[in-house]
Ligand binder design. Structure first.
Ligand SMILES: NC(=O)N[C@@H](CC(=O)O)C(=O)O
Length: 384
C-alpha cells in the first residue's frame, strides 16, 4: 500500500547550531518535511531580528530546499519595537520558555504579566506566541529536608514536579488567552488530557502541537530510559489516549472555520497538529549523567519523522488523519496554506509489512541517537 501527503510541515523543531546543525538540518527533508518552524533556544538565544535572519541564512546554506519559519526567544531584552521589526522581516513567532524547565532555558521568563506590552505588540502585528507549557518544579530537595522547617514553609510549597508541571501551567494559558483574545497562541508539545481539554475549551486563536514520541510513550518508557527523556515528560496511559483521540476527532464544519466539510471530517480536530519537538543532543549527554546533572532532555525524531508518524497513527487507527495532522491543519493555523502547484508535490510513503530498522545513530563530528533506534517502522519514504 502507498500513501501520499502534500508538503508535510513540522511546526516545532530544534535545528541547533555549528557542527550539530550541519548534521541535523538535512534530516528535516530526509524525514519527509518541507517546512520547519525553528526553535530559538540556542546559546546565546535568538533574541533579535538580525540574529534570527542570520540563523535562517545559515540553515538555508545547509539545506535550501526547506522553508524555515523563524522565532524569537522571549526574554527581557525584547521590546514592542523589536516585535514590529521582526514581524516586518517575516519572523513568525515568539517562544516562551519558563526559567529553568528545559534545555537552554536559563534566560527564560519568570512572570507573564511583565511581557504584556510584548504580547500586545504581537497581537497587533499578528505574530504567534509559542508556549512551553510547564511551570518550574519546586519540590523540596534532600538538603532542605534535613533542615528544621516550619509548617508554613511546607504550606508555601506548591508541590510542583515533572508530572504536574503542565496542568499547573494551564491557568496561565487561560489568563493569556483572556487578556489577548486575538493573539494566536500555540501550547507546544502537549502531554496531558488536561492540556487537550484546556486548548479545546479556548477560542479559535489557541492551538496545540503534539509530538510523534508522545503518541508512543508513557511514564514507564522514560523512567530509567534516558533516550526517551524529554520535557515535558510523557505522562500516563490515559493522557496518551487523550492525545491520540484528539487526532482522530472529526469536527462539524461550524467549528472548523474555513476548512471545508470534507477536509475537516478527514483531518481531526483543526487546532491540534504536529510539532515534532525533535531535539537532538550529542549522544554522551543523553547516555551519562552525574549526581548534579541528569541527562539532557530531548528526543530526536527528524530523520524518521513522517514514517514514524504514519506508523504510530496506523497503530491506533488514525492513518486517514495523517495529511491533516502533518500538513493541512498546522498550515491553516499558521496561514501557510499550499498553492495548487505545491499541493501536487507529494511525499509518498510505502507500507512495509515486515518493517524497516531505524538507524542506531547519525554521526559526523557529532553523534546523535534517534528515537526508536534499532526498532522497526512499518513505513518508508519512496518519493518526494
Ligand atoms: N523538549 C526537550 O526536552 N528539549 C528541548 C527544549 C524544549 O523544547 O523543551 C531541547 O532544546 O533540547
Amino acid at each position: 500500500m502507498e500513501l501520499s501527503v502534500s508538503s508535510p510541515a513540522d511546526f516545532h523543531v530544534h535545528l541547533r547550531q555549528g557542527a550539530l546543525s550541519e548534521l541535523v538540518a538535512p534530516h528535516v527533508r530526509q524525514g519527509g518535511f518541507r517546512l520547519a518552524y525553528v526553535m530559538p533556544n540556542l546559546q546565546p538565544p535568538i533574541t533579535t531580528t538580525e540574529q534570527a535572519l542570520e540563523y535562517k541564512a545559515n540553515l538555508q546554506k545547509i539545506d535550501p530546499n526547506v522553508e524555515y519559519l523563524m522565532t524569537l526567544y522571549l526574554s527581557p531584552s525584547l521590546t514592542p519595537e523589536e516585535i514590529k521589526k521582526a514581524a516586518k522581516a517575516g519572523i513568525i513567532g515568539v517562544k516562551s520558555y519558563p526559567r529553568g524547565v528545559t534545555t537552554n532555558s536559563d534566560g527564560g521568563i519568570e512572570s507573564y504579566e511583565t511581557y504584556y506590552p510584548i504580547f500586545e505588540a504581537m497581537q497587533e502585528n499578528d505574530m504567534v506566541l509559542n508556549l512551553h507549557g510547564e511551570v518550574p518544579s519546586d519540590a523540596v530537595n534532600v538538603s532542605q529536608h534535613s533542615k528544621r522547617r516550619r509548617f508554613a514553609d511546607f504550606q508555601r510549597e506548591k508541590n510542583i514536579h515533572v508530572i504536574n508541571a503542565e496542568p499547573q501551567f494551564l491557568p496561565h494559558l487561560f489568563k493569556l488567552h483572556e487578556a489577548f483574545p486575538k493573539l494566536r497562541i500555540v501550547l507546544e508539545h502537549a502531554t496531558t488530557r488536561a492540556a487537550v481539554e484546556a486548548v479545546k475549551s479556548c477560542g479559535s486563536t489557541v492551538a496545540c502541537t503534539i509530538t510523534a514520541h508522545h503518541l508512543f510513550l508513557t511514564v514507564d518508557d522514560w523512567a530509567g530510559q534516558s533516550w526517551n527523556y524529554c520535557k515535558p515528560v510523557a505522562k500516563f496511559p490515559d493522557d496518551r489516549e487523550a492525545l491520540r483521540s484528539v487526532i482522530k476527532e472529526g469536527v462539524p464544519p461550524s467549528s472548523a472555520n474555513s476548512i471545508s466539510l470534507q477536509t475537516s471530517l478527514l483531518a481531526g480536530h483543526p487546532r491540534f497538529f504536529l510539532g515534532s519537538d525533535s531535539a537532538p543532543h550529542p549522544a554522551h549527554t543523553k547516555s551519562t549523567s552525574t549526581p548534579d546533572h541528569g541527562c539532557a532532555a530531548g528526543v530526536y525524531t527528524s530523520p524518521i519523522l513522517l514514517p514514524l508518524v504514519a506508523h504510530v497513527l496506523e497503530s491506533f487507527g488514525a492513518l486517514d488523519k495523517l495529511e491533516g495532522f502533518v500538513s493541512t491543519l498546522g498550515r491553516h493555523f499558521y496561514n501557510r496554506q499550499l498553492t495548487g502547484e505545491e499541493t501536487s508535490k507529494k511525499v509518498v510513503l510505502r507500507q512495509l509489512p515486515e518493517g524497516i530498522k531505524v538507524q542506531e545513530r547519525y554521526s559526523t563530528g557529532e553523534n546523535v541517537v534517534p528515537f526508536w533506534a534499532g526498532k522497526l517502522i512499518r513505513w518508508k519514504i519512496v518519493g518526494q
